[in-house]
Design a protein. Structure first.
Length: 437
């Protein structure tokens, strides 16, 4: 037996294998052990305490590339994204990715449902069937003014109280009504061409103004100026703060003026007439800044967008039937849609970017449109004659429509500005049918 001092240093090999029988051979950049000895009938499972048995290992293929695994690749990619997210992405990038992820996971909202029936109906005897008049307006103090024959009535939406404001007498008649922006004073255009201003709270007349030669069918207030349009083709601007209230006269239409609307910033006045023209006036100019002539019928329906400056919409009468959109900064027509019937009124919702239009021949319908796609949100029917009058509640959720069938109908059309939740259809029978006078 060799002593520890004389034992030759080397590897401890399995029984029957000498050092000379073992060589290393290069194989594709890796290495494997090859034995010259014949293989035993049973594979040896012996192992040294320092070198474990590797009979089940893959050392002979260590340097080879495995075929790409989709699962591994996906895992590596996911890991790489996670690592980038934690170590590289900025806070703004993380917020953006989170927003996109939430958008993709959020299911599409169902279309908003608009009740198909009015929740209230008022009888309005002597409500005229005249396309060129404007006999209904809803104040910011939630009071509805209606011109019926020679009289003007006030209906409080808060308590349903009806008040007779005035009677013009047998020789005159009401042609238009319009509240001031704060809702305290009501202007009345008459058949004799006068304009009266009344205190709606005290039911007292505070001013009577002349200037027109014939009926005053349309009125429009901005913050301090009252514009009146007449069958005499002229537009007068009145300032009640001065004794000589008529401060300017706008001449541009060739026929009766039937539509007037100030822009939301009070800088532009849009006017429509029976001459098929839509004119846009600057506040301090007596010449129209724009003369738009694409309509082929009278232009009564006019509305400014509360969501975008310089965006104007107008509607044409029976021979035109179109709703047209305009950029008033350059006079370009942005879009046009044929509604299939006379366009009597237009109003732009302040709560959502939608438009309501009322129509005459031949369907007498009310339509709600989504802007700018002009997809139909709802079509409402109920009036038996053309829907000539339209006003919106101060909260922007309810509209009232009037027609030659001598009824006023109240519709829940738009959502609340805060929640945008669908309004509940209370039904026609819950409030019943009453009379405004």
């Amino acid at each position: 037996m060799d002593s520890p001092q004389t034992r030759k240093a080397g590897l401890n090999l399995p029984t029957g294998m000498s050092e000379t029988s073992l060589r290393l051979e290069s194989f594709s950049g890796s290495f494997r052990a090859i034995s010259n000895l014949s293989s035993p009938s049973k594979s040896s499972t012996c192992s040294d305490r320092f070198i474990p048995c590797r009979s089940s290992s893959r050392l002979h293929t260590f340097g080879l590339n495995d075929k790409a695994s989709p699962v591994k690749e996906g895992g590596n990619e996911a890991y790489a994204r996670w690592w980038w997210w934690c170590t590289v992405a900025s806070e703004s990038q993380q917020e953006h990715v989170a927003w996109v992820s939430n958008e993709s996971l959020t299911p599409p909202k169902p279309p908003r449902k608009v009740p198909k029936t009015p929740h209230k109906v008022l009888d309005a005897p002597s409500l005229q069937d005249d396309f060129y008049l404007n006999l209904v307006d809803w104040s910011s103090q939630n009071v509805l003014a209606v011109g019926l024959g020679t009289c003007v009535y006030l209906w409080s939406a808060s308590n349903s109280k009806v008040t007779k404001l005035c009677d013009l007498g047998p020789n005159d008649g009401v042609c238009s009504v319009q509240w001031t922006k704060e809702g305290s004073y009501l202007s009345i255009g008459t058949n004799l061409g006068r304009v009266q201003v009344w205190d709606g709270t005290q039911c007292k007349r505070v001013r009577t103004m002349g200037g027109h030669q014939t009926r005053t069918g349309v009125l429009a207030w901005n913050s301090r100026i009252l514009a009146s349009g007449s069958r005499d083709r002229n537009i007068l601007q009145h300032d009640l703060r001065v004794s000589n209230d008529c401060i300017s006269k706008l001449v541009g239409h060739k026929s009766e003026v039937c539509g007037l609307k100030w822009s939301n910033d009070d800088r532009e006045l849009a006017s429509g007439g029976n001459d098929n023209q839509l004119l846009v006036w600057n506040q301090h100019s007596q010449q129209p800044a724009l003369r738009l002539t694409e309509h082929t019928a009278a232009v009564k329906a006019i509305a400014w967008s509360p969501h975008q400056s310089g965006l104007l919409v107008s509607g044409g009468g029976t021979a035109d039937r179109c709703i047209r959109f305009w950029n008033t900064t350059n006079g370009h027509q942005l879009n046009s849609i044929d509604t299939g019937s006379q366009v009597c009124n237009l109003a732009w919702s302040k709560n959502v970017n939608e438009i309501v239009s009322t129509h005459g021949y031949s369907q007498n319908q009310i339509m709600v449109w989504k802007y700018p796609s002009m997809g139909k949100v709802a079509t409402l029917t109920g009036h038996s004659m053309r829907v000539l009058y339209l006003a919106m509640s101060p909260d922007g959720q309810t509209i009232v429509t009037g027609a030659g069938d001598e009824t006023l109908r109240f519709w829940n059309v738009f959502p609340s500005v805060k929640t945008h939740t669908p309004v509940k259809d209370t039904g026609l029978w819950s409030l019943g049918r009453t009379q405004i006078r």
